[in-house]
Design a protein around this ligand. Structure first.
Ligand code: URA
Length: 241
């Protein structure tokens, strides 16, 4: 925390309570700053101040980073009138300022990063950085070498420019094929539209990696965990391939 924050905001940013609750606790004398009760919500606090609520020490975390295995059926948004959102899955770990880094379709599963670090999100999503995303898909019909060649050459999906060259690894080529696809951009429904362009339909889609970070295989759909320091470093140093 570089800047100093109002005490009530500091506490609500840390998910201790709503802004009106934290104000009330401060006025009721339940909050101390450097061992002294502090009754004014507008008091500015910084990283060196020791703060307690009801005797419990509160430490400030400016940025939080989670890896979620997004299940099908939830939307990659901060709020939605009809569907549960990926942030609803965080329960009490949810902070008001968090958002998903990019979007997966409602029926897509897999790796989604949730954070409140806007700079990191911007770097990972900026088209000029060409950050790689790896998808596993099941596709109706035989996926062929020709499909891989077409994807490698840069396939057109009906936009002004063709897609960037993409890497298609065929795991099984059969009535239902299994593939891994690595792409370096994030156009709307991109994977489904790329297969549509070669006359094939994606029937299951899961993101398994992004920006050098692989989905933790221990996370079941709907489960999440904090990123480790090493994983945050990977994302911070990654500017695409
Ligand atoms: N491509 C798609 O078609 N859907 C997604 O959710 C992600 C990539």
């Amino acid at each position: 925390m570089n800047e100093r924050l109002r005490l009530d905001k500091y506490l609500s940013d840390m998910n201790i309570g709503t802004r009106s609750e934290t104000k009330a606790w401060i006025r009721q004398g339940k909050v101390t700053v450097n061992s002294e009760p502090c009754l004014k919500p507008e008091t500015k606090v910084g990283p060196d101040d020791e703060i307690t609520v009801n005797g419990q020490k509160i430490s400030y975390e400016k940025y939080v980073y989670y890896m979620l295995n997004k299940p099908a059926g939830v939307v990659s948004a901060t709020e939605d009138k009809r569907f549960r959102t990926v942030l609803d899955l965080l329960g009490t770990d949810r902070r008001k300022d968090m958002f998903p880094v990019g979007r997966l379709d409602r029926d897509t599963e897999g790796l989604l990063i949730l954070t409140n670090d806007g700079d990191l999100a911007h770097r990972l999503l900026s088209p000029k950085n060409e950050v790689e995303k790896v998808y596993y898909a099941r596709v109706k019909g035989k996926v062929t070498r020709e499909d891989a060649d077409a994807f490698r050459a840069g396939i057109s999906i009906g936009e002004d420019k063709p897609c960037l060259p993409a890497r298609l690894d065929i795991i099984i080529s059969d009535d239902v094929s299994e593939i891994n696809l690595t792409i370096y951009e994030g156009k709307y429904h991109q994977v489904k539209r790329m297969f549509g362009a070669v006359g094939k339909e994606v029937i299951y889609l899961k993101r398994i990696a992004m920006g050098g970070l692989a989905l933790d295989p221990l996370l079941k759909p709907g489960e999440y965990r904090r990123l480790t320091k090493e994983e945050i470093n990977i994302l911070n140093t990654r500017r695409g391939s």
